[in-house]
Design a protein around this ligand. Structure first.
Ligand code: NAD
Length: 435
């Protein structure tokens, strides 16, 4: 089937490429000409493991194209996927839908034959109905349907998640829309992936409910970590002890510096804001947002406390800047709160990240960025681990300690909790380890 994907970011590029891998003919469109030019030269505008070879293979097979020209891209397309950003709107936390509606308006002018318009972007419940209403003003009803097909992929494992998802959710209000999506996802039926067909509103709520639930697990375990610290317990053992219960599950129970990224922060805020509009106070999700915001502030205070209550004039080595490993995405990363707070308190920051430096350079001021972890530690008073990249899991602690002036290790991901860093001359502070 021929399809067009509007928005060639983390979601659009991965979904478009994976649909082409399924055998469909895909054109990915972006208004950012530099992204399209890079892709035409097989240079990925984002870091996602395995993406470059999958793109190259499908481009070579003639199933995957990139363009800035939506009109040409939409010729003969049976479905268009909207995969543009839905960031937080300034002030009220609602999802900013301006990019979605700009894409819809433009696409509407090129629809000739029946086309299924699918939102892959995360949009608040009721957006599909608004899109339908807007398209009805521009086009005859028989020319289009509007479906919701929210995306659940995780950055860093996006290809695996798209090709072998836990489930696919499709919100439709017509047989025709159902048939188009069923045909598109047919390769997944073959390996028995659950495909949940429901109405559009339900699909829209499923996406936010899923993200809010996962964010809730994170804020929950972060609060439990604080209790563990105060009461002499160990949060990692608590996570294990509760996670072994199948009703709870072990995922998303790692205490840390708070959730970040392009989805959980904005989606939890948007869900609260949407529910407010419907007169439904989502008290749990509201608390999750509050706990997470406080968490990031508390982490800077934790580093300062570990440094004896004062970081003025101190040199701090930071390992990891992205919100999680295996991505270059810096959006709402805890590092963007923690580092400026340490700088305001007088610290000098030296930092390393395997993939995030290019983005971080745009967002963080007065940080010295290094190409490898050990040079960040030279003459440092403290070492802070912010992101659990694999390459930080087996650092040579003796070498690290020799490079550093003072042996303060603040491990906000608990990756050295069991490695006895004190034996290597470090004073260790982890998360939720009161024992
Ligand atoms: P992104 O910012 O990486 O990409 C969006 C792209 O859309 C940009 O390249 C931008 O130039 C392009 N764009 C915007 N308006 C356009 C237009 N009118 N025409 C053509 N291109 C246009 O965003 P993302 O991270 O891929 O997220 C996209 C959506 O998917 C969001 O709603 C997000 O919440 C959702 N989502 C993201 C993830 C994730 O892990 N990033 C996972 C699931 C869902």
């Amino acid at each position: 089937m021929k399809i067009t994907v509007i928005g060639t970011g983390y979601v659009g590029l991965v979904s478009g490429t994976c649909f082409s891998e399924f055998g469909h003919e895909v054109t990915c469109v972006d208004k950012d000409a530099s992204k399209i030019k890079a892709l035409e030269n097989n240079i990925m505008p984002i870091y996602e493991p395995g993406l470059d070879s999958l793109v190259a293979r499908n481009v070579e097979a003639g199933r995957l194209n990139f363009s800035t020209d939506l009109k040409t891209a939409m010729q003969d397309a049976k479905a268009i996927f909207i995969a543009v950003g839905t960031p937080s709107r300034r002030g009220d936390g609602h999802a900013d839908l301006q990019y979605v509606f700009a894409a819809i308006e433009e696409a509407a002018s090129y629809i000739e034959d029946y086309t299924l318009v699918v939102t892959k972007s995360t949009v608040p419940v009721g957006t599909g109905a608004r899109i339908k209403a807007r398209l009805s003003e521009l086009l005859p009803a028989e020319k289009f349907d509007v479906a919701s097909n929210p995306e659940f992929l995780r950055e860093g494992a996006a290809i695996e998640d798209f090709m072998r998802p836990d489930r696919v959710v499709c919100g439709v209000d017509s047989e025709r829309a159902h048939d188009v999506l069923r045909e598109l996802y047919r390769p997944l039926y073959l390996n028995e992936t659950p495909i949940v067909f429901t109405n559009r509103e339900t699909a829209e709520v499923i996406k936010y409910a899923a993200n809010a639930f996962l964010a809730t697990k994170i804020s929950f375990i972060n609060e439990i970590a604080d209790l563990c610290e105060a009461a002499g317990a160990d949060v990692q053992e608590v996570s294990k002890g509760i996670g072994l219960d199948n009703r709870i599950g072990s995922k998303f129970l790692h205490a840390g510096p708070g959730y970040g990224g392009s989805c959980f922060p904005k989606d939890t805020r948007a869900l609260v804001s949407t529910a407010d509009q419907y007169g439904v106070p989502l008290k749990i999700v509201r608390s999750v947002v509050e706990v997470n915001e406080e968490r990031k502030r508390a982490m800077a205070a934790k580093v300062i406390k570990a440094c004896g209550g004062d970081v003025a004039g101190k040199r701090i080595a930071v390992l990891g800047l992205t919100f999680k490993p295996n991505t270059d995405d810096m959006r709402e990363s805890p590092s963007l709160d923690i580092i400026p707070t340490l700088q305001e308190a007088g610290a000098t920051i030296h930092a390393h990240d395997p993939k995030g430096t290019e983005e971080a350079e745009k967002l963080l001021k007065d940080v010295t960025f290094h190409n490898e972890p050990y040079s960040t530690m030279q003459d440092a008073d403290a070492l802070v681990i912010l992101t659990e990249w694999n390459q930080y899991r087996a650092l040579d602690l003796d070498r690290a300690r020799k490079l550093m002036k003072d042996g303060i290790l603040v491990d906000l991901r608990n990756i050295y909790a069991k490695a006895s860093p004190d034996k290597h001359g470090f004073t260790y502070t982890g998360i939720g380890r009161g024992a």
